[in-house]
Ligand binder design. Sequence first.
Ligand code: SAH
Length: 247
Amino acid sequence: MTFAATVLTLYPEMFPGPLGTSLAGRALREERWSLETVQIRDFATDKHRSVDDTPAGGGAGMVMRADVLAAALDSVAGAGTDDRPVIAMSPRGRPLDQQRVRALAQGPGVTVLCGRFEGYDERLFEARDIELVSIGDYVLSGGEMGALVLLDACIRLLPGVMGAASSGDDESFETGLLEYPQYTRPVTWEGRTIPEVLRSGDHAKIAAWRKHRAEVDTRLRRPDLWERHEGARVRSPSGARRRDEEV
Ligand code: SAH
């Protein structure tokens, strides 16, 4: 099955962009995913082909018009059905995480709406079934980079794109933790040696070391993730039992 991506944007020339190279580019040529862009401006109705107007209530910048965006969206076949969700990139959306990415990658595809200017007329979200997604707590100049990020995260999970590496349970966020640190040859570099345990060949000891480092690094670097991880453990007795049995 091909993962079908449709991107609504004022800058279709930004696609596939970086997704035309490396793993994603190969997967695109192999038709593991498909890409369609829709130029939002094609759905403008006035003679100036305007897609934006001044904000109601005053203030800086311009706001994307609901009527033009809805017309663009309604032109996409299959968009907005449960299987193929419509996602609008927005700093006001729910932060994207690996769980959402994994669910999307398992589905038939996604339609992504890229904002520009100060954002969208809010009525669009009342009138259509649209999920707002943010890629982090900072503001971009447009949704296109966000769409590239979202699609890249999905594409690497598609069957045949990365092989075993992307399905690994150890990867950051898959277990609710960051991944353990990695090392490779040379064994000694600038006087620093790869931790002894990783060269021991003792798989049980290696697994224990990795689990420990994943926990320590998550606790130190991402106290928010750690708290959620610990919370889940307390809340779910079966999960707690499973972990206890491992020790
Ligand atoms: N005035 C808005 C920001 C608009 S930025 C606000 O303060 O909330 C213009 C467009 O860039 C947005 O419509 C969105 O599509 C995109 N964008 C900006 N930051 C983003 C983020 N963190 N995640 C996803 N999209 C973002």
